[in-house]
Design a binder for this molecule. Structure first.
Ligand code: AMP
Length: 172
């Protein structure tokens, strides 16, 4: 099944810029069985882990994270790009290849000691998730794992996130 998921993710060459192979998951999401399997396989891994909250990262992380939270009977917390969340926030700025970006979380979204699972569609360099980890640490959340639909292993994002545990369904 994981092989099928790997095949159905579409490669888009030179998007969003030259030299990048973008892993387009819309082809997986529009296939009912593939989307269902993705969520079921992830949920199976965490069902006994007493997850209180799934933190989804804008925007594709919401699609994975929200369905996963529903299956786990957990709540959903949104991490969004700067300026999108309406209430008081904690912010974390991180470096991109060119320039930087800022992520935000509502300051009351996570209570100290709550078991948190981070969800996103893809792990590349790990910069995005490192910023999310910092936000959650600030609030005292207990990070159980970082879960991804897929991972670009050659970029070694996993090492960057150490000692936090990382799981991805599909490896490229
Ligand atoms: P990074 O911070 O380098 O781990 O990048 C991860 C974030 O950027 C994720 O939210 C991904 O959705 C997106 N991303 C980075 N590289 C790719 C890629 N080659 N294909 C699809 N999404 C990507």
């Amino acid at each position: 099944m994981v092989d099928k998921l790997k095949k159905i993710i579409r490669d888009i060459h030179d998007f969003p810029k030259k030299g990048i192979i973008f892993k387009d998951i819309t082809t997986l999401l529009r296939d009912p069985l593939s989307y269902q399997k993705t969520v079921d396989l992830l949920a199976h891994r965490y069902i006994s882990k007493k997850i209180d909250l799934v933190v989804g990262i804008e925007a594709r992380g919401f699609i994975v994270g929200a369905a996963l939270a529903y299956k786990l009977g957990a709540g959903v917390v949104l991490v969004r790009k700067a300026g999108k969340l309406p209430y008081k926030t904690h912010k974390e700025t991180y470096d991109l290849e060119y320039g930087s970006d800022t992520l935000e979380i509502h300051s009351d979204a996570i209570e100290k000691g709550q078991n948190v699972l981070i969800a996103d569609d893809l792990l590349a360099t790990g910069g995005t998730v490192s910023a999310v980890i910092k936000l959650i640490e600030k609030m005292g959340g207990n990070i159980i794992e970082c879960a991804f639909l897929s991972e670009l292993e050659f970029l070694n994002g996993k090492e960057k996130l150490s000692p936090y545990s990382v799981f991805s369904l599909v490896k490229f």
